[in-house]
Design a protein around this ligand. Structure first.
Ligand SMILES: Nc1ncnc2c1ncn2[C@@H]1O[C@H](COP(=O)(O)OP(=O)(O)OP(=O)(O)O)[C@@H](O)[C@H]1O
Length: 250
């Protein structure tokens, strides 16, 4: 039996701008996320990926459509209630890491726990535990400026998962990284989905990410136009070949 979704978006429409500049960035998109899966949202530039991700993350409110987070409909929630839902269930990862430059790796993770009301020794221990888990035990006291791009993104991943959210949303997490670091971050996100049973959604252009996905959702011109799922038992790298073959036959 399939698992209950942690996030459901049904027929989402989003208009941006106003007057003559009004753009329908998302035109009726539906998407469901379940625990334990890494889903990629892929599409050309301007297709609405970031807008849809912002709606799924309760950062933007949809013009119409229904969004349910852990069974709670976001319709009619106040900005404060939306922020609470976001803090309770979601972690975010950005292309440019968004770390505080004047805080150490450990402090950057601790502050994410602090805003969720987790303080003191328990929070410090938890921050250290997640940084160790992402392979940064030797970088706890380093400042972002002294870390490589890959290390900074791993701090950002640690920060996103420190409070054990059921949903992790990532916007172009590998775009600023070289090949090796891009693969390391995707392997980490895939492991988080599997081992920690979270639902991870990454918006990406990056074909290197394909081999880590359980599911690839395609968006074009504000609409979901297709979905591919990794067949049971298929090794990770083979999904990339499968996708290439499908495109060649399309
Ligand atoms: N604030 C805004 N006002 C008006 N139009 C906007 C605004 N933000 C985005 N758009 C338009 O909405 C559409 C979707 O943009 P969005 O950034 O979601 O696409 P994207 O797929 O994430 O693109 P990229 O891959 O280039 O980041 C585009 O046509 C964009 O120009």
């Amino acid at each position: 039996m399939s698992e209950a979704p942690v996030l459901e978006a049904i027929d989402i429409v989003k208009e941006l701008g106003s007057g003559a500049g009004k753009v329908r960035a998302v035109k009726g998109a539906s998407l469901t996320l379940v625990p334990g899966e890494l889903t990629l949202l892929m599409g050309p530039s301007g297709s609405g990926k970031t807008t849809l991700l912002s709606i799924l993350g309760c950062i933007l409110t949809p013009t119409s459509g229904v969004l349910r987070v852990a069974g709670t409909s976001t319709d009619r929630l106040s900005a404060e209630e939306l922020a609470h839902l976001r803090r309770q269930h979601m972690g975010f990862i950005f292309q440019s890491y968004n770390l505080f430059p004047t805080l150490t790796a450990l402090e950057n993770v601790r502050i994410a726990l602090d805003v969720r009301g987790q303080k003191g020794f328990a929070a410090a221990n938890r921050a250290e535990e997640v940084l160790r888990d992402v392979g940064l035990a030797y970088r706890l006291k380093s400042y972002p400026g002294n870390l490589s791009g890959g290390e900074q993104q791993r701090v950002a991943v640690a920060r996103a998962i420190a409070s054990s959210p059921s949903i992790v949303l990532a916007d172009e997490p590998t775009a600023a990284l070289d090949g090796e670091n891009g693969h390391a971050v995707m392997a980490l996100l895939a492991r988080i989905a599997k081992e920690q049973h979270r639902s991870v959604l990454a918006v990406t252009h990056d074909p290197r990410t394909l081999s880590y996905a359980d599911r690839v959702v395609r968006i074009e011109d504000g609409r979901i136009v297709g979905e591919e799922r990794r067949p049971e038992g298929l090794d990770a790298p083979e999904i990339a070949d499968l996708t290439k073959r499908r495109k060649a036959h399309a």
